[in-house]
Design a protein around this ligand. Sequence first.
Ligand code: PMP
Ligand code: GLN
Length: 382
Amino acid sequence: MHIKSKLPKSEITIFTVMSGLARKHNAINLGQGFPDFDCEERLRNLVAKYLNDEKNQYCPMPGLLDLRQSISDKIQLTCGQTVSPQDEICITAGATQALFTAITAFVHPGEEVIILEPAYDSYIPSIQIAGGIPRGYQMVYPDYAIDWNEIESMVNEKTRMIIINTPHNPTGTVLKKSDLEALENIVANRDIIVLSDEVYEHLIYDGATHQSVLRFPKLYQQSIAVFSFGKTFHSTGWKMGYAVGPKYLMDEFKNVHQWNVFCVNSFTQYALAEHLQTPTNYTSLPTFFEQKRDFLTDRLKDTPLVPKLSQGTFFQLFNYAALSDMDDATFAKYLTTEIGVAAIPLSPFYSKPPGDKVIRLCFAKKEATLAAAAERLAKLAK
Ligand code: PMP
Ligand code: GLN
């Protein structure tokens, strides 16, 4: 039988490749983004409590109402906006499913989606499965600033969606209020949806404020924002997340969601609903991760790796141009196999890699792990 792939050019994700290589060579894994410490005991106990309390059957299609209420309360507290738990929130199997559902719900064959590269690697395949056409705008090292006039010049009658991501993986940059205002002006009076990937909303440093689309009432009317409990509560393996948007968009989102998963697992939703009611569980995150960022940066200051200070996410970029002419994929493999520290190259985040000598390291690790990795990286000649 002959089958025709919808993703004929798709390769195994760089995260799987580098984690596999790290395991094979016993390298310390600062590649794939996940914490090497467990989620909080309080949260684990809540999950166990609800698992053992007969909360094991289907929940409502958009998710447990108590969890949607807790999310709405959090949005009120962090963004000062009122979002309806009934109409404007849907619980998903992680942010990846939320992104996929939003893209497949709104993008029709032949329509264009503007993405900002380097871009998270699930966006392009999801667009292609929907029959859409990704149009990449290239952000440039080291500032990765966005020229919104150029974005506007990419817009045409086929443009259906613009995907943004703040704080940004892999660059660790964050969008400013003026960026969101510029975007709001571009999409105003056009049938363009903004898909805002905000999975690192609470991982933001140096006193900056996360500029969510939820803070901009006019922009929000054309937006779907996507979040992940994996990032917020150190539980990437649970694959729990949610999408937030105005009712008319979420009705269509849920129209696809119900035929995709219908609903996602029940007992963690009870636990998350309760855990969210204590705001310090997420408001403490910037300080927690900023210390890790600074610890890693300090430990690497005597190596030839030049940091680009992370403003958000749990990633930091390092420039290795002083050290090697290797391309980034080769250098990341060399670090993993020869130095014993796994890293992520940036080229897989681009349609046309610019050839920057930059790699990404994840600092969501115990200090002992970061210290051990720094000791190995100190072997890099100055
Ligand atoms: N978006 C970005 C920018 C990410 O870095 C990730 C990976 N953590 C996701 C989406 C996917 O999140 P999840 O694991 O909740 O599907
Ligand atoms: N988001 C994580 C990262 O950027 C990886 C997620 C995955 O492995 N699919 O490293």
